[in-house]
Design a protein around this ligand. Structure first.
Ligand code: FMN
Length: 168
């Protein structure tokens, strides 16, 4: 790459980051198991994919522990956080490691043996149905196997580096 191309690339990275600070996203915690250990990580790069079959996309950095688990095709759960669960997002977003990420909240294993967070907006248990690598990330297609939803709809939002709720 020529020096000019390099500086253009650096500009594009910083302007893309600035743009994404303006993208409000629902916060999820993805959970799974890897070599007998529970894993949890905060993720906003999660989106609906198709209803035929019911499926979602999750994008995971290849450096994240979760990437190793999903690369093996392990079942995982997308826990869509409630507004009151910002502390769990912080712990699972790098504020804690390993089992300490499960120190707040009540976590239960489903029949699929995936940790699910009680009081989350929804718990969506998936199996990995396809995976692609792009740049630094892995893109995983989760085929939905089981869904639990809560009554109230009051999601935790991440925007401009902050956690907030939606006011109507
Ligand atoms: C609000 C928030 C959203 C995040 N979204 C993602 C995401 O979508 N994909 C990703 O790979 N990392 C995301 N991260 C970063 C990971 O949660 C973080 O790097 C985590 O520590 C990775 O787990 P590990 O330390 O076990 O590897 C996010 C962090 C925060 C705080």
């Amino acid at each position: 790459m020529l020096p000019d191309d390099k500086s253009t690339q650096v500009d594009l990275i910083s302007s893309t980051k600035l743009a994404l600070r303006r993208l409000a996203s629902s916060v999820t915690v993805i959970t799974s198991y890897y070599e007998g250990q529970r894993l949890a990580m905060a993720a906003t790069a999660v989106d609906a994919l198709s209803m035929e079959p019911p499926s979602l996309l999750v994008c995971i950095n290849q450096t994240a522990s979760m990437h190793m688990a999903l690369n093996l095709g392990t079942a995982f759960c997308i826990n869509i956080l409630h507004r009151s669960q910002a502390e769990i997002a912080q712990l699972c977003g790098g504020g804690a490691t390993g089992e300490e990420r499960f120190s707040v909240g009540t976590w239960q294993d489903t029949v699929e043996n995936v940790p699910c967070l009680e009081g989350a907006q929804a718990n969506i248990v998936c199996t990995v149905d396809a995976a692609f690598a792009y740049g630094t990330h892995g893109i995983f297609v989760g085929k939905v196997k089981k869904v639990m939803v809560s009554e109230s709809i009051d999601p935790l939002i991440y925007m401009n580096g902050r956690y907030l709720g939606v006011s109507e």
